[in-house]
Design a protein around this ligand. Structure first.
Ligand code: ADP
Ligand code: MG
Ligand code: MG
Length: 250
């Protein structure tokens, strides 16, 4: 599904590497959590995977479904089935949620979905997310609460039905409601054809989404990996022991 090898990356006009030789393999149907202290490079990694234009890959490779993902534009990655959270603009005057989702769904399809099918799909997914149908008529992000934005993003994910979702929850300060919304969306899609990378500082979201693998990121690398017990260990002991055990001695 996804294979990252010896990835080195940084930000345009910022000296030095932030990702310093990261390796990760995500198989079909697997949920991976990447955890790490602040500043370890988690958001940089998700931005690189999303193809954010300000991020520069200096070395290494990212293969997605057998293709060189680094050669693909963000929209081409999406067409292949990568779900790129936070890809949409923060507020779009005059564009309703329904219109936005129609455009998003059609942009990853070969053939446009017929209006009736689109309507049915939207109804079905909104029901899963326990959303009021009226929500679809609102303008995108116009006065949305944090929870509504998150709900809309997860609704978008369900509509797109991606093969791989990458979610960076670290700095979003999600409350429990929003966390549960995210978890519901991921758990809804969970199955042999869906993989996810949940990037997080706190392990709380992992109470709602049980990861198959947990990786710890430190100073731009994955320094140790394990099962969900590793997340529990991090909750109990914090990140200090990781630094002591794996931190650079420089
Ligand atoms: P995390 O998400 O794990 O907290 P980040 O990827 O946000 O880590 O940041 C990793 C490192 O890159 C930090 O040292 C941070 O200061 C630096 N960094 C992140 N964004 C920028 C930026 N826009 N300009 C300069 N340095 C940055
Ligand atoms: Mg940070
Ligand atoms: Mg971050």
């Amino acid at each position: 599904m996804l294979k990252i090898e010896n990835l080195h990356a940084g930000i345009e006009d910022v000296e030095g590497e932030i990702i310093k030789g990261l390796d990760l393999e995500v198989g079909k149907g697997e949920i991976h959590a990447i955890m790490g202290p602040n500043g370890s490079g988690k958001s940089t990694l998700s931005n690189v995977l999303m193809g954010h234009p300000r991020y520069e890959v200096l070395e290494g490779s990212v293969e997605f479904l057998g293709e060189d993902a680094l050669e693909l534009e963000p929209d081409e990655r999406a067409k292949l089935g990568m779900f790129l959270a936070f890809q949409y603009p923060s507020e779009v005057p005059g564009v309703s949620v329904a219109n936005f989702l129609r455009t998003a769904v059609n942009s990853v399809r070969e053939e446009e979905l017929r209006p009736m099918e689109m309507y049915k799909l939207l109804q079905e997914k909104m029901k899963i997310m326990q959303m009021d149908p009226k929500f679809a008529e609102r303008y995108l992000n116009d006065g949305f609460s944090g929870g509504e934005k998150k709900r809309n993003e997860i609704l978008q994910m369900l509509m797109l039905n991606p093969k791989l979702a990458i979610m960076d929850e670290t700095d979003s300060g999600l409350d429990i409601d929003a966390l549960q919304v995210v978890a519901k969306g991921v758990n809804e899609l969970r199955g042999p054809e869906f993989s996810a990378i949940i990037i997080t500082h706190y392990q709380r979201i992992l109470r709602y989404i049980e990861p198959d693998f947990v990786h710890v990121m430190l100073d731009g690398r994955i320094v140790t990996s394990g099962g969900k017990e590793l997340a529990e260990q991090l909750e109990e002991r914090g990140y200090d022991w990781v630094r002591e055990e794996f931190g650079s001695k420089a």
